[in-house]
Design a protein around this ligand. Structure first.
Ligand code: HEM
Length: 442
């Protein structure tokens, strides 16, 4: 057998006593990981929260971890009680046979042309109805607006809700529990977190009861889940439905809304790209674009691709090493963890020319494929790649096209925007922008 040469990667330890790297990572994780990669190379070992971590930044090694040898790595171990309460055991938090079985039928729900059309048209509908309340010259928090639009669309296309009151209630509850979850405030915040999780459960129970009584297939994800879980006993069925639905709504919601918020911010700062988008939507002249019109908006799609490059909503992807595994020339021992950071990779000049510049045209002729495979990972890779990816491309491009037909969003700030990276890379405290009605034909 040929001998495999395994080397030790550079190890970095904190020079100061105390909480080690935990504080640096907590303060600004993207800057911290970028520094480690630029100073120590494509494989660097460091301690974080008492665990050995390997930060991997070479595309072919990333392919090994996320794709080629994915079965030697595990995504979810030891979720904490709050995570468990919110996400339960679902397609996002599950592992092993449970995850394999349920993802096998949930994944296609996000890929078929009919589903995609329903999802995308729901986003366009939500964008149109929300923006009806906007006024010329008004200042809006774009993150909040994108969250509202996304959540309302998901309430329709995942949950099949039709009544405005129900949609608003679900949207408010999901956003609230997620906020409480992310704020991580102990005591008071925590009490509220548990209380609102209860309220969310009560709401879901009501929706399920009505759905079971009605029995109609509305083409949404919940209808499919109701069918698939028909043989589960009552309690298991409720838990399984609830966990999948809440997980999908939360993982789908904030990354998408954050990406859209950054897109408006980048457009406001790059008038050439904004003008190209206006040209495209004016030429298409569609008041209500539909999924079938997706190919008419290549500029919008490139703007989205470039936004996801500069501000990938998930700044890191983590895997736990289940069994000793050789990656490149290095042995990664079991019980350590691997981190891959799209935020670091996407700004690496080896893979992207002028990596810090917003240049949507770099994607011309490439679709959404990067020059170097596994160097562009806004949606991850391998078996646990994002399920909502097609949804995000289509809905995101059409959301841009729908709003840009009527509105310009101007950013009047001159300070750098502070970024909160946990759960989704987003502007701290939202992002205020001013609306300008376009002198448009509609
Ligand atoms: C711009 C929007 C989005 C981005 C950037 C994004 C990004 C990601 C990434 C990077 C992963 C992989 C995480 C990992 O490997 O550990 C992921 C997983 C996932 N995403 Fe998304 N996502 C987006 C929107 C959505 C939407 C709209 C949905 C569904 C409504 C969704 C559902 C999921 C699910 C279910 C998984 C877990 C897949 C699994 O573990 O098998 N995502 N997403």
């Amino acid at each position: 057998m040929p001998e495999i040469l395994v080397r030790q990667p550079p190890s970095v330890f904190p020079s100061h006593p105390g909480p080690g790297f935990d504080a640096d990572f907590g303060r600004d994780p993207i800057a911290f990981l970028s520094r480690l990669a630029s100073q120590h190379g494509d494989m660097v070992h460091f301690p974080l929260r008492n665990q050995p971590i390997y930060l991997v930044s070479r595309p072919e090694w990333i392919a090994t971890v996320l794709s080629e040898q994915a079965d030697r790595f595990v995504r979810n171990i030891g979720i904490d009680p709050r995570q468990r309460r919110l996400f339960g055991i679902s397609v996002t938090t599950g592992e092993g046979d449970f995850w394999k079985a349920d993802q096998a039928w949930i994944r296609p729900e996000f890929q078929g042309p009919e589903h995609l059309a329903f999802y995308t048209n729901s986003i366009v509908e939500a964008a149109l109805s929300r923006s009806q309340g906007w006024a010329d010259g008004q200042e809006i928090d774009v993150l909040e607006e994108m969250c509202e639009i996304t959540m309302r669309a998901l309430a329709r296309c995942l949950w099949g809700l039709e009544g405005v009151r129900e949609i608003d209630e679900l949207s408010a509850l999901i956003q609230l529990v997620l906020d409480l979850f992310l704020s991580g405030v102990p005591k008071e915040g925590d009490r509220l977190f548990w209380e609102y999780c209860e309220r969310l459960d009560d709401f879901i129970e009501g929706v399920l009861k009505a759905r079971l009584a009605d029995g109609r297939d509305r083409g949404d994800l919940l209808s499919r889940l109701v069918r698939v879980t028909a043989k589960d006993d009552r309690k298991d069925r409720f838990n399984r439905l609830r966990d999948h639905m809440v997980s999908l709504s939360t993982v789908g919601f904030l990354p998408f809304a954050s990406a859209m918020c950054w897109a408006w911010f980048l457009l406001a700062r790059h008038p050439d790209s904004e003008a190209a988008l206006h040209g495209e939507v004016d030429e298409a002249a569609l008041a209500r674009p539909e999924a079938k019109d997706f190919t008419r908006f290549p500029v919008a799609r490139r703007i989205l691709a470039e936004t996801l490059r500069l501000y990938p909503p998930l700044f890191h992807i983590v895997r736990h090493v289940a069994v000793d595994t050789v990656v490149g020339d290095y042995l990664l021992p079991a019980r350590s963890a691997v981190m891959v950071s799209p935020s670091v990779l996407h700004r690496d000049a080896r893979f992207f020319d002028e990596p810090d510049r917003f240049r949507p045209d770099r994607w011309v002729g490439q679709g959404i494929q990067p020059r170097v495979p596994f160097s562009y990972l806004p949606f991850g890779a391998g078996p646990r790649r994002c399920m909502g990816e097609s949804f995000a491309w289509m809905s995101g491009s059409l959301l841009l096209a729908t709003v840009a037909r009527r509105w310009r969003l101007r950013w009047e700030g001159n300070e750098p925007v502070a970024v909160d990276a946990f759960f989704a890379v987003r502007p701290v405290g939202g992002l205020m922008m001013r609306l300008e009605r376009r002198p448009s034909v509609i």
